[in-house]
Design a binder for this molecule. Structure first.
Ligand code: ADP
Length: 396
C-alpha cells in the first residue's frame, strides 16, 4: 500500500489503524480493506510472473512495472519516474518501429515481436520477445508489455547456428577430402599399374626396366604415405596413439632430417639451412618429433619455389623452440587459422600443382599436443611462412 494512500485514507476518511472514528464507517472500511486485499493480490500475481511486465502510456511513461522488470532492466523502485520505456530500446530503427507498434496496439492490434533492449544501468544488451496489448487504466488507453528474456534462447540459437555451420563445413570438407583422396590414390595407383604393364614387354633394356621399377617404387611409397597419414589421424582422433618417451640427442635428429631433405631441396634449387643451438638431450618421442619436422619440411619444400628454408631450434628456460621458415608462397589470412584442422588445404585446394591430403599439419599438431607442446604459424601470402613448435625440456 502506498504511503500517499495511507495518509489520504487516515486524514480524510479517518480509517487509520489508530483512528478514533474508525467504527463510524464499518461498511466503507470493509469495502476499502477488500479493495486493498485485491490490489495486494494483484501485485503478488504480477510480481510472481517469470516475464517482465510494464504498463505504460504511448509516450513510454511507466505506470506500473513488476519485480522481474525492475530486476531485468536494473530499475530501482524510486526510479520509475526517471525511466521511460523508450530508454530501454536499443537503437533508432527499433525505436521508430516500436512506436508504430504502440500506436497500432492502442487501435486494438496486439503484436508479438523480438527486440534487442538495453538495461537502464549498465546498458547491457538484452534480446527479448515482447507481447504488446492495450487496456484501459484510470480511464486512459494504455499499453501492456509482457517482456520475455531471450538471452538463453539466443545463446542456444547461436550455438545451433554455429553447430549447423560446422556440420555443413565438415560435410563440405568430407566431400573435398574424398574427391582429393581418390585423386591422391588414383595417381600413384595408375603409375603402378601402368608401369607394371610396361614391364611385361620382352624387349626392354636393363635401364628402362630399372627406370620403370623406380617409378613403381615411388608410387608405392606415395600410396603408403597416404595410408599412413590416414591411419595416424584416425589413431590420434580416437585417442589410441601412444607416446614412447626416451632420451634423445636433438642434434642427431636434425642431422638426419637435413640429410633426408637436402637432395630434394637441391633439386628445386632451394637453399636448406640447418640452424641448431648447443647440442642437447631431451626426453621425448623420437618418431613423433621426426614426423612433425618431416611434415613441416615436406610442406616447406612443396610450397617454396625459390630462396631458402631454414630450420633449427633454440633452447629456452622451460622448453625448446623448434622452427621451420621458408620463403615460399605463404598462407592467406583467411586460411591461416584453419591450417591445423584436418583435411584443410590452402587456397590452391583445387589445383593439381600441389599434392596433399590436408592431413600433415593436423597430424603434426596432434603429436605436438601429445608431447606437451604448442604449435603455431606466422605467414604472409607471397612472402613465406614460419612454423614454430615447442616441446617441454623434460628429462627422464
Ligand atoms: P597438405 O600439405 O597435404 O595440403 P597440410 O595439413 O600439411 O596438408 O597443410 C595444410 C595446408 O596448409 C596446405 O594445403 C597449405 O595450403 C598450407 N601450408 C602448409 N605449410 C605451408 C607452407 N610452408 N607454405 C605455404 N602453405 C603451407
Amino acid at each position: 500500500m502506498s504511503e500517499d494512500w495511507k495518509k489520504y485514507r487516515d486524514k480524510i476518511i479517518g480509517l487509520g489503524e489508530n483512528s478514533s472514528r474508525k467504527s463510524y464507517y464499518p461498511e466503507l472500511q470493509d469495502k476499502i480493506s477488500e479493495l486493498e486485499t485485491s490490489k495486494e493480490n494483484l501485485l503478488t500475481i504480477i510480481n510472481s510472473m517469470s516475464d517482465a511486465l510494464f504498463i505504460h502510456d504511448t509516450a513510454g511513461k511507466i505506470l506500473l512495472m513488476n519485480n522481474k522488470a525492475r530486476h531485468l532492466y536494473q530499475i530501482e523502485e524510486d526510479e520509475i519516474d526517471q525511466v521511460n520505456v523508450s530508454n530501454l530500446i536499443c537503437d533508432q530503427d527499433n525505436y521508430n518501429r516500436i512506436h508504430l507498434i504502440w500506436e497500432n496496439a492502442i487501435q486494438g492490434e496486439s503484436d508479438i515481436f523480438e527486440l534487442i533492449s538495453v538495461s537502464a544501468k549498465d546498458m547491457e544488451e538484452i534480446p527479448v520477445q515482447v507481447s504488446i496489448n492495450s487496456t484501459t487504466w484510470n480511464g486512459e488507453k494504455v499499453l501492456v508489455a509482457v517482456v520475455r528474456d531471450f538471452r538463453e534462447r539466443k545463446k542456444y540459437e547461436e550455438e545451433l547456428i554455429a553447430a549447423k555451420k560446422k556440420a555443413e563445413e565438415n560435410d563440405r570438407l568430407k566431400s573435398a577430402f574424398l574427391a582429393n583422396i581418390s585423386h591422391e590414390i588414383r595417381t600413384p595407383m595408375n603409375g603402378i599399374l601402368g608401369f607394371a604393364e610396361l614391364l611385361k614387354q620382352s624387349d626392354l633394356t636393363g635401364e628402362q626396366m630399372e627406370n620403370y621399377i623406380q617409378i613403381i617404387e615411388t608410387c608405392g611409397f606415395r600410396m603408403l604415405n597416404i595410408i599412413n597419414d590416414l591411419m595416424d589421424i584416425s589413431k590420434i582422433e580416437s585417442g589410441i596413439m601412444t607416446v614412447t618417451l626416451n632420451d634423445l640427442k636433438i642434434n642427431e635428429v636434425f642431422d638426419y632430417i637435413y640429410d633426408l631433405f637436402k637432395p630434394e631441396a637441391d633439386k628445386k634449387g632451394i637453399r636448406l639451412i640447418k640452424n641448431t643451438d648447443i647440442p642437447i638431450v631431451i626426453c621425448t618421442d623420437k618418431e613423433k618429433l621426426i614426423a612433425v619436422l618431416t611434415n613441416l619440411l615436406k610442406n616447406a619444400i612443396k610450397f617454396c619455389h625459390a630462396g631458402s628454408i631454414e630450420f633449427g631450434y633454440t633452447t629456452q628456460e622451460q622448453s625448446i623452440l623448434f622452427f621451420v621458415k621458408d620463403t615460399g608462397i605463404g598462407i592467406s589470412k583467411e586460411k591461416i587459422e584453419h591450417v591445423f584442422e584436418r583435411f584443410i588445404r590452402g587456397d590452391h585446394e583445387m589445383s593439381p600443382k600441389y599434392e596433399g591430403t590436408g592431413l600433415g599439419l593436423s597430424i603434426a599438431k596432434g603429436y605436438v599436443d601429445m608431447l606437451g607442446g604448442e604449435i603455431w604459424v606466422d605467414s604472409e601470402l607471397g612472402r613465406g611462412s614460419q612454423f614454430y613448435f615447442t616441446l617441454p625440456l623434460r628429462r627422464k
